[in-house]
Design a protein around this ligand. Structure first.
Ligand SMILES: Cc1ncc(COP(=O)(O)O)c(C=O)c1O
Length: 369
C-alpha cells in the first residue's frame, strides 16, 4: 500500500465539476483575468469566513508578508520579532524591508514561546509576527496584551492556519494584519500561487489595495507609494470560492484524522504527539500538518518511506543555521531540537480510514521493532 504525504489529484477530484464550470465561465465566456468580480466576491467571502472587515487578494503568502511590513513603514533601524521555526518567507519580509529580525524560541506546541517575548523587546522593536504553525493558532491573547503594552504592531502569519481558532476566534482576526497562503498544499489551496491579507482597519485596507497594484489608486489616477504587482488572479479567486464553501467540512475531516492518529499513538513512549483535537478547549486546531517528534526521526522516516508512507520534514535545518542568512547569533534550543526530531505524517481531507489505518500500523510497526 502507498499513502503519499499529499495527493493533489485525489484532493481536487470532488471539485472537478464545479471548477470546470468556473473555467468555462471565467476563461471562455468572460475572459475575466485581473481584478474582476470573482476576486471581489472571494475577498468578501474570505473576510466573512475569518470574521474581519477586509480581505485583499495578493499573489502569494510571501508577498502578503512583504506588503504588510512595508505598509507600516518598518525599515532600517527597526526590529521585528518572529520565530526561526517557520518558513523562511516570514523572516525574509523583515529583511526585505531593511529591518532586523529578532528570533525567539518556540514552545512545546511549536509556536512562539510567549515567555520569551518581553526580553526580546527594546526601544527599536516595531512589530511582532507570530506564526500559527501546523494549523494551531498562537496564544493571541498574551501576544496582543504584550503588543499593547509596548505599542507594537502585530502581523499574524496565518499561512498554515486558515480556519484554526483560539478561544472561538479565527486565525487572522487578532492582529493589525494577517497574511494567508493558498499554496496548493495548504488547508485552502489554489491551482498555483495565491495569498490574502486580512485586516479590520479601513486605512490599512486602502494602503494594501494600492501597494498590491503597483501603488496605484486607480479611481483617483494617483500613485500613492512604491508598490508591487502582487494581485490574486481572478481565476484563482473563482476557484478558491468553490473550495471555500467546503472548507469547514475539510477541516472537520482533518481533525477526525488527527484524532485517529492521536488515539493510535498515545502510548508510544518514544513518540511525542501534539494535543488531540477537543471540542471544548481554547484551541481549535485546523491540522495543516500532523507533526510528531522522536529522537529516532531519521530511521523512522526511512522506515515509513520504505513502507510506502509519505512524510515531510519542516524544517530539517533551522532557518538561523543557514550560514548565508547571517542569523547565527541566535541560540534557540527548542527550535534546534524540533528540527532534528520533527516529521509530518500524511494529512489531507481525502485520506480514507484505510489510509489512516495503514499509516498507524506502519508507525506502530517501527516502534515495536
Ligand atoms: C508559515 C508560512 N509563512 C509564509 C509562507 C509563504 O507562503 P507562499 O508559499 O504562498 O508564498 C508559507 C508557505 O509555505 C508558510 O508556511
Amino acid at each position: 500500500m502507498n499513502v503519499p504525504f499529499v495527493d493533489l489529484p485525489i484532493q481536487i477530484k470532488p471539485f472537478e465539476r464545479e471548477i470546470r464550470e468556473v473555467l468555462e465561465s471565467v476563461v471562455f465566456d468572460k475572459a475575466d483575468f485581473i481584478m474582476r468580480q470573482d476576486l471581489i466576491d472571494f475577498e468578501n467571502a474570505f473576510a466573512e469566513f475569518i470574521g474581519v472587515k477586509h480581505a485583499i487578494g495578493v499573489a502569494n503568502g510571501s508577498d502578503a508578508l512583504n506588503i504588510c511590513v512595508k505598509a507600516f513603514g518598518i525599515g532600517a533601524g527597526d526590529e521585528v520579532i518572529t520565530v526561526s521555526h517557520t518558513f523562511v518567507a516570514t523572516i525574509a519580509a523583515i529583511v526585505h524591508a531593511g529591518a532586523t529580525p529578532v528570533l525567539v524560541d518556540v514552545g512545546s506546541d511549536h509556536n512562539m514561546d510567549i515567555t520569551k517575548l518581553d526580553e526580546a523587546i527594546n526601544a527599536t522593536t516595531k512589530a511582532i509576527i507570530p506564526v500559527h504553525l501546523n494549523g494551531r493558532v498562537c496564544n493571541m491573547e498574551a501576544i496582543m496584551d504584550i503588543a499593547a503594552k509596548y505599542d507594537l504592531k502585530v502581523i499574524e502569519d496565518s499561512a498554515q492556519a486558515i480556519g484554526g481558532m483560539y478561544k472561538g476566534k479565527k486565525a487572522g482576526s487578532f492582529g493589525d494584519f494577517a497574511t494567508n497562503s493558498f499554496y496548493p498544499f495548504k488547508i485552502l489551496g489554489c491551482f498555483g500561487d495565491g495569498g490574502m491579507i486580512t485586516t479590520n482597519d479601513s486605512d490599512l485596507d486602502y494602503r494594501i489595495r494600492c501597494l498590491r497594484d503597483n501603488g496605484q489608486d486607480r479611481q483617483k489616477g494617483e500613485i500613492t507609494d512604491w508598490g508591487w504587482n502582487s494581485r490574486l488572479d481572478n481565476l484563482q479567486a473563482a476557484i478558491l470560492s468553490v473550495m471555500l464553501k467546503q472548507l469547514p467540512d475539510m477541516i472537520t475531516r482533518r481533525r477526525e484524522i488527527a484524532r485517529l492518529y492521536c488515539d493510535a499513538f498515545k502510548d508510544i513512549s518514544d513518540l511525542v504527539i501534539q494535543e488531540a483535537p477537543t471540542d471544548d478547549g481554547d484551541y481549535y486546531d485546523a491540522f495543516q500538518n500532523y507533526v510528531v517528534t522522536t529522537p529516532k526521526r531519521d530511521q523512522f522516516v526511512k522506515y515509513l518511506n520504505e513502507n510506502g508512507v509519505g512524510t515531510l520534514i519542516s524544517w530539517p535545518v533551522p532557518t538561523h543555521f543557514h550560514p548565508n542568512l547571517k542569523l547565527d547569533s541566535f541560540k534557540l534550543p527548542n527550535t534546534e531540537r524540533i528540527s532534528r526530531e520533527v516529521v509530518s505524517l500524511p494529512m489531507h481531507p481525502a485520506l480514507t480510514d484505510e489510509d489512516v489505518a495503514y499509516v498507524t500500523k506502519t508507525v506502530k510497526g517501527f516502534f515495536s521493532n
